[in-house]
Design a protein around this ligand. Structure first.
Ligand SMILES: C[S@@+](CC[C@H](N)C(=O)[O-])C[C@H]1O[C@@H](n2cnc3c(N)ncnc32)[C@H](O)[C@@H]1O
Length: 371
């Protein structure tokens, strides 16, 4: 018969309190598979393995809800979890080592009375935005089939496809040979088992020869690149065809298009400062832009996805998977959510936006750039 461990023994071995294990049980994160005849929790080898995964992701800063989604994923077996945890921990160790080295350099410079530049002070301390927010991404971000169909049609007969800023790979076509590029270690680690191989690099410097892919694609990522035009030119250089799903940030339009930014989050304007106009983006790839309407029941939880389901924006889990909220900062986020909540409760939102309820799609500035 399989040996089971008591809750006290498991707590002792794992270095957590019995209360923590009771809490994990209460929220369904780790329910021991059996009870002793006296009714006490008894943990099997499988329960212990699951606890190790929970504690590993916890150490890496994942929230309990995200951990539940990760450890419940039937496609990720124990070996895949170990490989993913290993990759994330190695990356965390390397980043800590880079910070220690930067501190040592600064201490040495100070001891010698040498001033350090802002660049030197900050080197090694920055983090990719998606290393911070990426853990919340899988909760609501997934393939929207109608957007995927547009993208895949635009890829034409391309057999080899480079996916730049690939994230967890939501829009990678299943019937072509895909290579992914993704700078965030957290996003790379969250790619599903069996996903296309992924290279750690940024769009602005793609480590590939000229024209080495039939097509290059980039989805919901260009607005994160420090130099979008340079990144798009790189895509143009390495591929025969370029397909980009992006956003028209030109001044006329976006302010009025979406009630969320118009009525609740004017701080969105600050995120667009310096963002190249659409025609500059299309020029960088030498292509054209086509509008992509957002379906009312969009499956991918992108910023515009819930235009006809406003209550969704009150949900913290939904907002955490949209970078806009982190980028505008907590005061703007809290105010916008409070105002929206009040307007939904009072009927003011419905009064202002009743015309939306009859629509199935909305034009919110999303664009497919094709070259
Ligand atoms: C909103 S996610 C989109 C991910 C994926 N394409 C999708 O549609 O689900 C944006 C991604 O862009 C990546 N990214 C940020 N800066 C980048 C850069 N300079 N080059 C390439 N990708 C970048 C982020 O790490 C993140 O994974």
């Amino acid at each position: 018969m399989e040996e089971h461990l008591t809750v006290g023994r498991v707590a002792e071995l794992a270095g957590v309190t019995v209360r923590t294990l009771h809490h994990y049980d209460e929220i369904g994160l780790l329910t021991p598979s059996t009870r002793t005849p006296a009714g006490h929790r008894a943990y099997s080898a499988g329960d212990v393995r699951r606890l190790r995964e929970v504690l590993g992701y916890r150490r890496l800063g994942f929230g309990l809800r995200e951990i539940a989604a990760l450890v419940d994923d039937p496609a990720t077996d124990p070996v895949a979890h170990l490989c993913r945890l290993r990759g994330l921990l190695t990356d965390q160790r390397d980043r800590a080592a880079a910070m220690v080295a930067a501190i040592d350099r600064e201490l040495e410079a100070r001891a010698m009375g040498i001033p350090t530049t802002p660049e030197e002070q900050l080197r090694g301390f920055g983090a990719q935005l998606y290393d911070t927010i990426g853990t919340a991404y899988p909760a609501t971000r997934r393939t929207e089939p109608r957007i995927a169909a547009r993208l895949w049609a635009a890829l034409g007969d391309a057999r080899t496809v480079l996916n730049v800023g690939a994230g967890t790979g939501s829009y990678e076509p299943p019937d072509r040979t895909v290579t992914a590029v993704e700078p965030s270690a957290v996003m790379r680690a969250l790619r599903p088992v069996g996903a296309a191989p992924c290279v750690a690099a940024a769009a602005e410097r793609l480590p590939f020869e000229d024209r080495s892919f039939d097509a290059a694609m980039a989805v919901s990522t260009v607005h994160h690149w420090p130099d979008p035009v340079a990144g798009l030119r790189e895509m143009r250089r390495v591929a025969h065809r370029v397909v980009v799903f992006s956003y028209d940030a030109d001044e006329t339009g976006w302010r009025e298009r979406f009630w969320l930014t118009r009525d609740y989050l004017p701080e969105f304007a600050g995120l667009l400062v310096g963002w190249p106009p659409l025609d500059e983006l299309t020029r960088a790839i030498g292509g054209r832009a086509e509008p992509v309407p957002v379906p009312w029941d969009c499956a991918d939880g992108l910023f515009e996805a819930y235009w006809r389901r406003p209550e969704a924006y009150l949900d913290e889990r939904v907002r955490r998977a949209m970078s806009v909220w982190t980028r505008v900062g907590p005061p703007a986020e809290q105010r916008a959510v409070r105002m929206l909540g009040e307007d939904l409760a009072s009927g003011r939102w419905a009064e202002r936006n009743h015309d939306l309820l009859a629509r199935d799609t909305a034009e919110l500035g999303l664009r497919l750039l094709v070259a």
